[in-house]
Structure formats: C-alpha cells, structure tokens
Design a binder for this molecule. Structure first.
Ligand code: CUA
Length: 311
C-alpha cells in the first residue's frame, strides 16, 4: 500500500493502490510529454527563427513525412488503448463487489449518514470488519448526496428513489473520514461521518450490542439530536435556522401555515419526526425528511425527554 504523499492520503483499501498507480501514471506521463513537446517546440522556434537574408528560403515548403505522421498518430493511439484497458479493468474491479461481501444499507438525509446492518442495528458511523469486502446499498431520503472515503479511493452518488452501490475492503483497522461530495444544501459541508474498521470479533460485538439499553432517555435523545443532525436545522440556543429552535419549544402553542394552532406535546413531536410535513409551523418550509424506520420508539421517547429539557 502506498504511504501518504504530497498528492494523496495513504491508501487503505484493496483498490486504492490501483487507483493511485493509474492516476500517477497519467499525471507523470502528461508532465513528461508536456515538457518534451513544449521543449522541442521552443527549441525549434528559436533555432529556425527568421534571420536577415532568409527571404529566398520562404518559398521552399517543408516536405511531408509519412513516417513522422504515422509515429505521432499510432503512438498516442497505443498509449490511449493501454490506458483504456487499464482503466476498464480497474473500474470493473471497483464496481463489482465480491460475492461474500458484508452488506450494509446506507441512507443519506440532509445532513447525516445512517448505516443499517443485517440484524437491524442502525449507527451514524459505518462499522466495517478489516480485510473483508463490504458492500454498501445506498439511497437518499431527499436530494442527491455522494458517499466518499478518500483513504479508500471510493466515491458514489446516493440518489433519492433508487439504490446505488459501492464496495471496499479496508486493509487496516482504523478510523477513516467520510465526506458528502454532492452539494446538498446549507449544511452540505457538515455532512460528515467516519468508517470505523475493526477486527472481525470487535465488529461483530459492535453490531450486536444494544447501545440504547440502560442509557437514560434524555441522554439517548441528545445522541439522536446530534447523530441524526437535527442540530443542522434546529438550534437549542434560540438562534434562527431552517427549522424552529428547540429552546422553549416544549408546551408552546405553535401557529401552522393554515392559521390553525397546535400544542407542542408528545404526540405532535412524534408526528413531526415520522411525518414532518403534516403540520409545518407558519413561516417555515416543508423540507424536513421523515425519520420513519430509522428511529426506534425508545429513540423517539428519548428525543422527547431531551426536548423537554430545552427551556
Ligand atoms: Cu449531502 Cu452534500
């Protein structure tokens, strides 16, 4: 695996080496050709510049050279065919996941990532076993996002209404940065996560652990608030964001777009999490995505307790 360089972070997946080799070949190849061609052009420009007394030579045209023309046509063609072959083989390698891959569902939503494993466990960071292929089946609850792990050299758009897939095999345990690389609105640049690569036994333990058990409700609610990126649109200090602030929200009577009013209680909060656009507060846009299927009842109850505490 290549170490970190001036250009790229250290390569930490099985496909990263190949991506780097192809990339570096093209960068250095282009640089060498650029210097050679520009150097030759410059040299001849000076060497054959017009001098006094050259006028009589101007009528003599340069004779066509078939050999040179074949060389400069066939040479680059062969290089391009070689590059194409190299690219196709690498691309197919990166697109087709091995049959024994661990499958993880990925849901993108403004502005957080969510990962669901075979047993139904949901996390906000992606856990993956080391030296095992992991296949991500990704979809978006709202707009187009893009899943990108620079250390693995993998990136794939995540679309609403359809699945896109991506696979990787991490070669070293560790924590790797995840970015969203498709502009998806105000907090796009905060749409971050991590891939936590663990030895198989630790991965199994992590995926099977019930991390809601024994956690006080309000604390669980705080995790939901941060982990599901509610904080991107709802402040707890009263400052204005895309959605109503949570400060002092509990127990308030809110006026809706149609002029009717609703009291902020358990049922209104629950409805607003599962069916956010049913009762939108006057002055706000119906833009919140649903959290149906991604929060368990205990999470919602925890969130309600957290909200009550925001006085
Ligand atoms: Cu999600 Cu940018």
């Amino acid at each position: 695996m290549t170490p970190e360089t001036f250009w790229l972070p250290a390569a930490k997946s099985t496909v990263a080496q190949e991506v780097d080799s192809l990339y570096m070949f093209m960068v250095w190849g282009s640089l060498v050709l650029f210097v050679l061609i520009m150097g030759a052009a410059g040299y001849w420009l000076v060497k054959h510049r017009r001098r006094p007394g050259d006028e009589d030579k101007l009528s003599k045209p340069t004779i066509h050279s078939t050999a040179v023309e074949v060389f400069w046509s066939v040479g680059p063609l062969l290089v391009c065919i070689g590059l194409f072959h190299w690219g196709v083989v690498s691309y197919m390698n990166m697109r087709v996941a091995p049959g024994d891959s661990v499958q993880v569902q990925v849901r993108a939503r403004k502005w957080a990532w969510e990962f669901e494993y075979a047993n139904g466990k949901i996390t906000n960071e992606l856990y993956a076993p080391v030296n095992k292929p992991v296949r991500l089946v990704m979809t978006s609850a709202d707009v187009i996002h893009s899943f990108y792990v620079p250390d693995f050299r993998v990136k794939q758009d995540v679309l609403p209404g359809r699945y896109s897939t991506l696979w990787f095999q991490a070669t070293e345990a560790g924590t790797y940065q995840v970015f969203c690389t498709e502009y998806c609105g105000q907090s796009h640049s905060d749409m971050l996560s991590k891939v936590v690569v663990l030895p198989q036994a630790e991965f199994d333990a992590k995926v099977n652990e019930d991390d809601t058990k024994g956690v006080p409700l309000a604390e669980l609610g705080k995790k939901v608030y941060e982990g599901k990126a509610c904080n991107a649109c709802h402040s707890i200090d009263g400052s204005a964001k895309a959605g109503p602030t949570f400060k002092g929200l509990w127990g308030k009577s809110e006026t809706l777009a149609d002029g009717s009013s609703v009291k902020v209680d358990e049922n209104y909060i629950r409805e607003s999490i599962l069916n956010p656009n049913a009762k939108v507060v006057k002055g706000f846009q119906p833009v919140m995505p649903t959290f149906q299927g991604s929060l368990k009842d205990r999470h919602i109850e925890g969130f309600i307790e957290f909200l009550k505490a925001q006085k």
